[in-house]
Design a protein around this ligand. Structure first.
Ligand SMILES: Nc1ncnc2c1ncn2[C@@H]1O[C@H](COP(=O)(O)OP(=O)(O)OP(=O)(O)O)[C@@H](O)[C@H]1O
Ligand SMILES: [Mg+2]
Length: 239
């Protein structure tokens, strides 16, 4: 198996705040990684570096063997941000047409994928309503559709389950597992330990910028005493 993501001893500070310290982590092709940790642990900062939004202060990152900011690499990556600030006057068709255009998709391909994804994410009811009228969960669904529109090989989702109702959550889990079955690689950050436990091949836990656990899920999930919640409590409460 080849590494899709290789993070080698990266650090990143915002002024005095050390957001990520000496992080080393890798993800193999076809794996799902659950990226967990408390608020402010450094998950989103790491994700932004994986997307090439900014470089680490030190250390190295490669995605598909290249710099994350490489244009060809970026075309193979889909991203759903933790908070989406979409242009509020667009409807879902216009939003996906805009992002599809950025990815170099043809108008016919965009139309076909848009129909598929509106159905997959349950946004049929939204019709041509503007995004500013969407509920939180509807915006999350639009974010998921946007992230997978161009059929990326690596999908990075920053807290994708936040705000989803139970049905949408189940559908998203099924969708992620279906993408994995197609050979896609997926990294998602989450505070939903149960979702991570149900889906992930690996789990990584961050605490105050440092990686405190990185293990295959098979070594984490077990009987009632060694489930992910217990391990999460243990690694985060140990000084
Ligand atoms: N633009 C910024 N300027 C200054 N500090 C920042 C900035 N972005 C993040 N930080 C700080 O960096 C640290 C890591 O933040 P980050 O957003 O990466 O955490 P997170 O693990 O994604 O948290 P959450 O679960 O709340 O989303 C925090 O202490 C945060 O306050
Ligand atoms: Mg975050």
């Amino acid at each position: 198996m080849s590494s899709v993501i290789r993070i080698d001893t990266i650090s990143k500070s915002y002024g005095e705040c050390k957001a990520v310290s000496q992080l080393t982590l890798s993800l193999q092709a076809g794996e799902i990684l659950g990226f967990l940790g408390t608020n402010g642990a450094g998950k989103t900062t790491t994700i932004k570096m994986l997307l090439g939004f900014f470089a680490p202060d030190s250390g190295k990152i490669s995605v598909f063997g290249k710099d994350p900011a490489d244009a060809v690499t970026r075309q193979r990556v889909g991203f759903m941000p933790e908070t989406a600030y979409y242009y509020p006057y667009l409807n879902i068709y216009e939003l996906l047409a805009f992002y599809g255009g950025l990815c170099g998709m043809s108008p016919a391909h965009i139309r076909q994928r848009t129909e598929e994804l509106i159905e997959r994410t349950g946004l049929q009811e939204a019709g041509d309503r503007q995004l500013k009228t969407y509920s939180k969960g509807m915006l999350q669904r639009a974010g998921i559709a946007q992230a997978i529109l161009h059929d990326p090989d690596l999908l990075i989702l920053d807290e994708p389950f936040t705000g989803l109702d139970p049905l949408a959550r189940i559908h998203l889990r099924d969708l992620i597992l279906e993408l994995k079955a197609k050979g896609k690689t997926i990294l998602f950050s989450s505070h939903e330990l149960s979702e991570a436990e149900l889906m992930c091949d690996r789990v990584a836990i961050m605490k105050a910028g440092k990686l405190v656990l990185d293990k295959p899920m098979s070594e984490v999930a077990g009987d009632g005493n060694t489930n992910l919640e217990r391990i999460f409590l243990h690694v985060l409460e140990t000084p």
